[in-house]
Design a binder for this molecule. Sequence first.
Ligand SMILES: NC(=O)c1ccc[n+]([C@@H]2O[C@H](COP(=O)([O-])OP(=O)(O)OC[C@H]3O[C@@H](n4cnc5c(N)ncnc54)[C@H](OP(=O)(O)O)[C@@H]3O)[C@@H](O)[C@H]2O)c1
Length: 256
Amino acid sequence: MTTALITGASSGIGAVYARRLAARGHDLVLVARATDRLDTLANELRDAHGVSIEVLTADLTDGQQLEPVLQRLRSETPIDILVNNAGAGLLGDFANADPAEMHKLLQLNVLAPTLLASAAIGGMVERGSGSIINIASVLALLPEYSHGIYAATKSYVLTLSQSLAAEVTKGVYIQAVLPAATRTEIYERAGGDISKIPDVMEVDDLVDAALNGFDRKELVTIPPVPDVVAWEAFEQARGTLAQGFSNSKPAARYRP
Ligand SMILES: NC(=O)c1ccc[n+]([C@@H]2O[C@H](COP(=O)([O-])OP(=O)(O)OC[C@H]3O[C@@H](n4cnc5c(N)ncnc54)[C@H](OP(=O)(O)O)[C@@H]3O)[C@@H](O)[C@H]2O)c1
């Protein structure tokens, strides 16, 4: 029996991961702030699938509340799958952003998933098995499409996933999932309006596709992209660009 720890399991993408992973027979550790929602989901999934479920209430922007979650990841009872999903948006442009709000977003979208992955990975490497699923966003590849720092936080999550995947081998699997607009509470929570966004994916479809990519052990899964060739071409272009990085002299166009 394997155990998955899911952050942000009280709604949206995280709640669907909880449902799908419980249906696959995994025990779960559900993390978020809304204990009542987590308890309701836990009871439903225990009854439906007979799995064992722990609920950990934590505001991941609070170091003291984050600590027990980190301890659970480091504990003797292993976590086999970490789903780094909790996250939020922040409307508004950079020039007018409230520094305190930006700080909170960085703690939730950047610092927490980093520390959680760090707490999980030691045991995974030791056991030679384990998976970390990081929920990024297509905005990581299209930052011009949104104002403020949200896209940059998601770009960090993608980059972290790519560097972890390059560094950690030996049975540990890393996946970055890049959803596009998906019908969840994230827009309303940030003060936005989802009805103004065209082409919204249903959250069940998003998670089912992401788990399909997980089963195929993809490093990067972008559910709405119709043809994987587009991603492969993007990666190939990155490789071509990188060939220039090892030149010890500036390129001719930059010489005086
Ligand atoms: N929906 C989209 O269009 C979309 C697109 C690309 C990427 N994503 C990413 O998908 C992930 C999940 O978001 P979602 O769309 O499912 O939104 P959501 O329905 O608002 O869910 C966000 C989850 O994160 C938890 N959370 C928020 N702040 C937290 C905090 N301070 N401490 C602990 N947990 C916290 C929330 O639970 P509590 O309120 O109970 O704490 C909730 O369970 C996020 O990382 C988001 O950036 C979403």
